[in-house]
Design a protein around this ligand. Structure first.
Ligand code: ASP
Length: 323
């Protein structure tokens, strides 16, 4: 048994100050990270997939991480997997792994908010906690997890809430699944995860965030170039200005998948209003609803859904309540 396999991909957990660059850059290798662990952690293998800020990731980078995690998950010698990752896009990679890697083994993503050059570097403690989670029996079948600041979060619910705080990752609607205290891993609630078979991502899926009085120019542009899909992070429980409705109808009738999420940090997309541009109007137009997923996660799910040939009804089914 190898035990835990760690894949490093970069992020602040792997960054150090560099005079020439004028700030912190990726400079800590996978081996350097493992060297920070105390003795007696157990068998840990490490491999460096890349060393990049997550803002530099392409969809190919993310899909490549997914492919490697899936390969390791299928390896009988591997008990659990840790991915070290930049915190900026961690929730998106976590959700992609959650949706598309069919395994009961724990997959724990972690990172740091302070670089290895700063006082209070949180990389070592987070890595140790993630390794404990990946090695733990109680963390199986929970899908991909984000382990930061001693908390264990479900990929579906977690989001980065603060640009600076080490306590930035929150599952705003439902709270963390559990905690890591010293060498004890405690899971207090479990999630139902969704698996979607997927052999490739459809990268022609976009995200538009609505703001008051905005015109529909971005959506019109996507429609004119027949983009595959768009997520609109709409107002409140899923409302758009009435002048967006003709373009939304045209886009859907032309074959684009239009998913309505909310720009609110929590809550399902639903309302009981009868006015133009509200939920009912969007239902009649044929929009799909993100069911409490954030715009960025609804985009990941739509890229997965459109990665295979699927009609609107089966895409809608993948977004049904409770998924
Ligand atoms: N710049 C970092 C990133 O790669 C931020 C972090 O890791 O905290 O996402």
């Amino acid at each position: 048994m190898v035990g835990v396999h760690v894949i490093t991909t970069g992020g602040t957990i792997a960054m150090k100050d560099d005079e020439a660059a004028g700030g912190a850059i990726p400079a800590v290798s996978g081996r350097d990270l493992i060297a920070l662990l105390p003795e007696g952690v157990g068998a840990v293998e490490v491999e460096e997939y890349c060393n990049l800020p997550s803002a530099h990731f392409t969809l190919d980078t993310v899909w490549g991480i997914r492919a490697r995690v899936a390969e390791l998950a299928a390896d009988d010698a591997v008990q659990g997997i840790v991915v070290t990752h930049g915190t900026d896009a961690m929730e998106e990679t976590a959700y992609l792994l959650d949706l598309t890697v069919d395994t009961d083994k724990p997959i724990a993503l972690t990172g740091a908010m302070r670089t290895a050059s700063e006082v209070g570097y949180d990389g070592a403690v987070n890595l140790l906690a993630a390794i404990r989670v990946a090695a733990s029996d109680v963390c199986g079948s929970l899908g991909a997890l984000v382990v930061m600041n001693q908390e264990i979060h479900a990929a579906r619910h977690v989001t980065k809430t603060d640009t600076q705080s080490t306590d930035t990752f929150k599952s705003l609607a439902y709270g963390p699944l559990g905690r890591v205290d010293g060498d004890e891993v405690v899971v207090a609630q479990r999630v139902v995860r969704q698996y979607i078979p997927c052999s490739t991502l459809n990268s022609d899926v976009h995200l538009i965030k609505l703001a008051v009085g905005m015109d529909d120019g971005f959506l019109r542009q996507l429609m004119e170039r027949t983009a595959a899909g768009v997520v609109i992070a709409a107002l409140g429980g899923g409302r758009v200005p009435p002048w967006w409705m003709p373009t939304i109808r045209e886009a859907i009738d032309g074959g684009m998948a239009v998913v309505i999420a909310s720009r609110c940090p929590t809550g399902r997309v639903y309302d009981g209003y009868g006015y133009q541009g509200a939920y009912r109007d969007l239902v009649e137009a044929g929009a799909i609803f993100a069911e409490g997923l954030s715009g960025q996660k609804a985009r990941i799910k739509l890229m997965v859904a459109l990665g295979e040939q699927r009609d609107r009804r089966s895409i809608q089914e993948l977004f049904r309540p409770g998924t």
